[in-house]
Structure formats: structure tokens, C-alpha cells
Design a protein around this ligand. Sequence first.
Ligand code: FAD
Length: 315
Amino acid sequence: MSVLVFIELEEGKIKKSSREAISYAAALGNTTAVALGSASADELATAGANGASKVLHVSDERLNAGLIQPYAEVLAAAANSTEATIIVTAKSSLADAVVGRVAAKLGAGLVSNVVALPDTSNEFVVKRSIYTGKAFANTSITTDKKILAIKKNAIELKTDGGPADVEAFSVSLDDALFNAKITATDKAEGDVLLPEADIVVSGGRGLKGPENWGIIEDLAKTLGAATGCSKPVSDMDWRPHHEHVGQTGVKVSPSLYIAVGISGAIQHLAGVNSSKYIVVINKDEEAPFFKAADYGIVGDAFEVLPKLNEALKKA
Ligand code: FAD
């Protein structure tokens, strides 16, 4: 079975979520990956560790802008060229837009938010996460070509493969496909970006004001984590809007989500349900967030956080 993976790059580096998608694909069959835009051959060859035998590189610099239409053209062309019957991508807002178009072009069935390898014993049935992680649905794909978007942090990363062969792949892309132009990019502050973060330290109204965010930032720094917040916190401009986690904000799926002074309203939980472990720090033992937590500390954030941070620094 020939499987094609869409690699997403972040400043020329393969995103961890794409490495998970490659690991998933490698369990299905012979895996070729396709990378778009500027990246070094050495970096792309590391996709082999995750299970890709080959990486097709379309180095056209116009692709660095991350525009959806040319990406869909390239992915469809690569799928035809490799005769891929399955296309795999990490789920992301960019990938959703790209593979939707590719599915229409190729007449392929598309399932997003996939959390496990398909059951092929009878039909081709994939398990996907629904209702913001509260339930799962088993969905059968009946088309010959299939596209799967894999949920972040759902698949164990394979890291033991050798380097992949990197080959140039060229697709003739009409200038008309590039008629939208990114004129400026405004990078979020902080070392770790929230949607991609493996650990998130998030603060709520219990922090009392923006001047107290130092204890959140210190802990995040110690853990190499991104910082997040509840909606009221960003509404009051204590924190920037791109940090707002929840139903109406960023949906995260880190290995560890630490919620400090957040009550755990259903709209906040909708954005964090997929976290592997949730730690809640709240001075009210009746706070609803404790019901969703793997570990909880009942205590005052202003006392607990500095102590936790000191202990973690020593660990
Ligand atoms: P609060 O509910 O005020 O909770 C503060 C918590 O801090 C309390 O549990 C308190 O016990 C604790 N606390 C206080 N002092 C301390 C201390 N010193 N140490 C430790 N703990 C302390 N919210 C989101 O977050 N994301 C969303 O996407 C979102 N979307 C929404 C969409 C809609 C349509 C609606 C109606 C609401 C939405 N909300 C969302 C708002 C949501 O309903 C809650 O109002 C919000 O999440 C509460 O934020 P909070 O937990 O920071 O504040």
C-alpha cells in the first residue's frame, strides 16, 4: 500500500505533529512524505526516523507563504505521482483546508481527528474523536482513495528509522494560485507556541490581575511550556487573545495542561479535554475543574506556584 504524508514545516523544521502523522502512516504501508517550501535536505531526511522511506521536496519559495490553493495542487500531484491510496496529515487548520480541497480533486473520503490505526478486518474503519474529545465515532471510508487527518498527541512517535531519501519534486504552479499575499507576519510572544505545545501552564481569573502573571511565566519557563489563559482573562486584556484556550479560543492537546485559578467551565474544558494529563491548582476544593483533573492541588496559587517552581527547578 502506498501512503503519502503531508509534512507541515515551521521555519524549515518538521513539526512534531507531522512526525506523528508519518509514524501513523509508516504503520500502514510504504510511506512517502511531501514537504513544501524552504527546508534543508538534512532536516527532511530526519523524517526517516519517523518511518518515511522518501521525502519529496517542492522547494518553490512561493510556497513559504503557506497558501492553501497551491498546497492542495502540490499534494494532489504528489498523490497521483506516487499512486498513493492513503494520504495522511496531522490535523491543523491549514491541513483541514488543504486536504478538503485534495479530497474533492481526488474523489477521496476524508476523516479528521483520527486517534487510532484503522480496522481493516472488514471495511476500512477509523476511530475519530468527536464532541471536543468527549466521545469517539467509528467511521467507515468506502472510497478507493482515503485521507486521514490525525489528532495531535494521539499517536506514539516512531523514532528508530534511518534517514529518508530526499528527492526534488516539481509541480508547475500557475501564478494565479499565488494571488493572495502575506504582507506581514506577527509572531506570538514566548518561546513555545500554544497550539503546538507539549506542556501548557494556563491562568484564570484567580490570578487577580496581569501584574501577577510572573508566577505563571516562571513555571512555564522551568517546564519549557507555553502559557495560556481563560477567556475572561484575555477579554480583560490581562493576556493577549491568542492565549485564550477553550471552545471559542485555541484548542490544545498537550501531554500536560496545568490550570491555575481557572474554575473549569464547560467552555474552557472544551479546549483542553484532549490533554493527556490535567493538573488543577485552585483554592476552592469544589471547583468543577477538579472533576476533569488527573491531579489536583487545593491551595492558593500565590503560595503553591512558587514552591512548585522551586521544586521542579531542583528536580
Ligand atoms: P472564574 O470562573 O472566575 O474562576 C476563577 C477560579 O479561580 C475559581 O475557581 C476560584 O476558586 C479560583 N481562585 C481564586 N483565587 C485563587 C487563588 N488565589 N489561588 C487558586 N485559585 C484561585 N471560557 C474560556 O475559558 N474559554 C472559552 O473558550 C470560553 N468560551 C465561552 C463561550 C461562551 C458562549 C460563553 C457563554 C462563555 C465562554 N467562556 C469561555 C467563559 C466561561 O463560561 C467561564 O466564564 C470562564 O471560563 C471562567 O474563567 P475563569 O475560570 O478564569 O474565572
